[in-house]
Structures are given as structure tokens and as C-alpha cells.
Ligand binder design. Structure first.
Ligand SMILES: [Zn+2]
Length: 317
């Protein structure tokens, strides 16, 4: 117990609480800005087991905020690399790395988890986690950070869920508007604090926390269950094979992704920050992406996975 003595000394945790934490399994979906920080904090806090889930590799632009990675890790898989680092920090805990994209087919990976942390950067995966947890009465923590601010909310069985207050279209992504590394660390710290409280049975309020670190603003909002929320009414659409969001192979190395109707003006101005955009009145073209008014995107990529990554990077969702 010496290792955790400072934590066990806290009346909020105690030696009993510490022993409980050492029995728990937490899944982290996404090992990026939030996931690396949250995983490190949980490893140091002595959680029993961490399940890491991320399909991506480490890129140079990640190093500004993804604290477990170094220059030596470029092009390496995030989940495996994070596992190596976490085992060096705490060899007593179990860490499982899963280099997969979490979708309706792989979602059962979360079965073993007592708690799920949303460390993703897209709404489709969040709604998938939301449906899964609602259906299986599991707790999870929604977290998001972009620009200089972020949100965190504990989502507990029987309480309101993400779809009670979030709509499907949100087109900002960190790759188009940027993110401050102090906000991702702050949001991860808030997320892990809530995680410890949930695991110890001390967090029950459905409160959405909003923090803007640049403008020093902190707000709390109590969320109520929405009467016509699909998930709360047992319509778990994200657990089924996606119909209109499906990727279809078109021709030579091009993939089609049908997304929601986009705000082309906004996307255009976001993309213009990053490079040249061709606007022919019908489509927007940027790098390997051609985006249509109806939400259809044609993406040149080496694989379906790569197309999916490019889509979530530049179009979002
Ligand atoms: Zn709901």
C-alpha cells in the first residue's frame, strides 16, 4: 500500500476505497489528448486494469498534447505504445491494448469494463458508447475538449444520457480549429476525478461541467432526461450496422462516406486555415477530400480505415 499511501490518506478514498479501485477495470476509448492523460492518472492511482482502444498511429502534431508519446513513437500504434509506457509507470496493474476502431462490431470489447471513459474526438463513437451503456446499464464519462474549453459529464444507468442534450451534427474538430494543451489536461483531470468517484459509488448527479481555461469560466448544468430521447426510449440505432453512414468502395482508391448535411461555409473557412480549398459551387475540395452539399464525401485513401480517419479529421462527427 506504500505506493498509494498519499491517496489512501485522503478521507474521500481511504484504504478501503483504494482496495476497491485496485479491483476495477476501466476502458478508455481513444488514446489521444484526453486518453493519454487519463490513462496515466489511472495507472498511477492503481486501478486494477485498463483497456486501451485506439485504431490510430502517433503523428508529429499529436506531441503538443498527447503526454505519453515522444518523438521516438512517431508512426507507432497508439494503444500498444501507451501500454508500454503505462507498464513502466506501474508494473502492478494490468493493461490491455486494442488497436481497433470501436464500432457496432467491436463494441463488445467494453463488456469487461466497470466504467468507460470517452476520450474520443467524434460524435458517432460517443453515440455508440451511449447506446451500448444505456442498453447494458453501464456507467461512462462523456468528455470533449476543443479550442480552449471542454465538457465533462458522468452518464449513469437510469439517468439522462448524451442524446438527451446533444444533437447529431457538430462539425468542429481539433484538426480544423485547434486545441490548447492545458484544456485537454484539465478536462482529463476532471474526467478521472469523476471516474474515481463513480467507481467508489460517490457520484450520482447528472451534471454537465463546462470549463473554459483561457477565459477562466466554469459552469455546471443539471441535465434532465428528454422525453423523446431515442436512446432513453430504447432505440439504439448506433448499435446496428450503419445505413447512411456506411463507407462504400467506389473506384480506384476512393471511398464514399455519407454524413449529415454539412455547413459548407463553415467547413470552407476552417479548411482555408489549413491550405487551399477549391469551391466549385457544388462541392468543396481540400487535399484528398471532396465534400458535397448533401453530406456525401469522396475521399482518396489507401484503405477504408484511412478514409474514415481522414473524414473524422477534416469533416468531423
Ligand atoms: Zn437519453
Amino acid at each position: 500500500m506504500d505506493r498509494y499511501s498519499r491517496q489512501a490518506l485522503l478521507t474521500e478514498i481511504g484504504t478501503t476505497g483504494q482496495k476497491i479501485l485496485q479491483q476495477k477495470t476501466v476502458a478508455l476509448v481513444g488514446i489521444g489528448a484526453l486518453g493519454t492523460v487519463s490513462a496515466e492518472l489511472l495507472a498511477r492511482a492503481g486501478l486494477g486494469k485498463l483497456l486501451l482502444i485506439d485504431r490510430d498511429v502517433v503523428e508529429l502534431s499529436n506531441l503538443q498534447r498527447q503526454s505519453l508519446f515522444t518523438e521516438r513513437d512517431l508512426e507507432k500504434g497508439k494503444a500498444e505504445t501507451a501500454k508500454e509506457k503505462l507498464k513502466k509507470i506501474n508494473s502492478e496493474i494490468e493493461v490491455e491494448a486494442n488497436s481497433v476502431h470501436l464500432n457496432y462490431e467491436t463494441i463488445s470489447l467494453l463488456e469487461k469494463a466497470d466504467l468507460i471513459l470517452d476520450c474520443t474526438d467524434n460524435l458517432v463513437t460517443r453515440f455508440l458508447i451511449n447506446d451500448y451503456c444505456k442498453k447494458n446499464s453501464k456507467s461512462w464519462v462523456y468528455s470533449a475538449a476543443i479550442g480552449t474549453s471542454g465538457y465533462v459529464m458522468p452518464i449513469l444507468p437510469g439517468g439522462p444520457c448524451l442524446r438527451c442534450f446533444l444533437e447529431e451534427a457538430n462539425l468542429d474538430t481539433c484538426d480544423t480549429v485547434g486545441v490548447l494543451n492545458t484544456i485537454t489536461v484539465s478536462i482529463a483531470a476532471l474526467q478521472v476525478t469523476l471516474a474515481l468517484k463513480i467507481l467508489l459509488g460517490k457520484e450520482t448527479e447528472p451534471i454537465l461541467h463546462h470549463y473554459d481555461i483561457w477565459n477562466h469560466e466554469y459552469k455546471k448544468l443539471i441535465i434532465k432526461t428528454k422525453k423523446d430521447c431515442p436512446a432513453c426510449n430504447k432505440k439504439f440505432t448506433y448499435l446496428n450496422e450503419p445505413e447512411n453512414k456506411i463507407l462504400r468502395f467506389c473506384a480506384s482508391g476512393k471511398y464514399q462516406i455519407q454524413g449529415p448535411k454539412p455547413d459548407l461555409k463553415k467547413i470552407k473557412s476552417n479548411w482555408q486555415q489549413l491550405g487551399e480549398v477549391i469551391d466549385d459551387g457544388v462541392t468543396l475540395q481540400f487535399k484528398s477530400v471532396m465534400l458535397f452539399k448533401d453530406g456525401r464525401a469522396l475521399i482518396k485513401a489507401g484503405s477504408e480505415e484511412e478514409a474514415r480517419i481522414i473524414y473524422s479529421k477534416y469533416i468531423g462527427n
